[in-house]
Design a protein around this ligand. Structure first.
Ligand SMILES: [Ca+2]
Ligand SMILES: [Ca+2]
Length: 177
């Protein structure tokens, strides 16, 4: 076959092109996979961080609470002097859909704060009496609760292999009147 020493035959050119396309696609999909993994891990890190912050915040307010106003599985309302002005503020934690919110009411002004998305459990709060028994009747909880446990099961992407994260803490209601 006649060929220029510095050039390529058509066949060589085609083979080279195909190899380049295959290599480019390979690099692209590896890159795409890396981006996906990065976003996935970053999403997981965010939900983990927000979940921890939410649990810390809830336990801080529940620990200082003077009264337990109302408590069901994923809806807890307490009163505490959270800002040291000798007046009680009302603080409610509740889940809507899969998002945990906090309503902080100070002098009738309600501030709503989103704490964490992707909450997968409906039993965030569990209430225990002075004997350590779970209080199943929600109407007994305001008067009998001595200890509250908080559990958040968070998973930003349930279809992906990393399992849900469970964040837990327990708080004694020492100030409760
Ligand atoms: Ca106050
Ligand atoms: Ca206040």
């Amino acid at each position: 076959m006649l060929r220029d020493e510095r050039g390529m035959t058509l066949t060589e050119l085609m083979v080279t092109t195909v190899i380049m396309v295959v290599v480019t696609l390979g690099i692209y999909s590896a890159f795409e996979y890396a981006i996906f993994n990065y976003n996935y891990l970053e999403g997981r890190a965010v939900v983990q961080q927000e979940g921890r912050t939410a649990v810390d915040l809830m336990s801080r307010y529940v620990r200082m609470s003077e009264t337990l106003v109302d408590g069901v599985g994923n809806d807890l309302t307490i009163q505490a002097d959270a800002d040291d002005d000798t007046q009680w503020e009302t603080i409610r934690f509740y889940v809507v859909g899969t998002t945990l919110f906090m309503d902080y009411t100070d002098n009738a002004v309600v501030t709503t704060r989103r704490l964490v998305d992707n909450v997968r459990n409906v039993d965030v709060f569990t209430y225990f009496d002075s004997n350590g028994a779970v209080i199943t009747d929600q109407y007994e909880r305001p008067t009998k609760t001595k200890r509250v446990t908080m559990k958040l099961v968070v998973d930003d992407n349930p279809n992906q292999p990393l399992g849900a994260l469970t964040l837990k803490t327990a708080v004694e209601m020492r100030n409760r009147q």
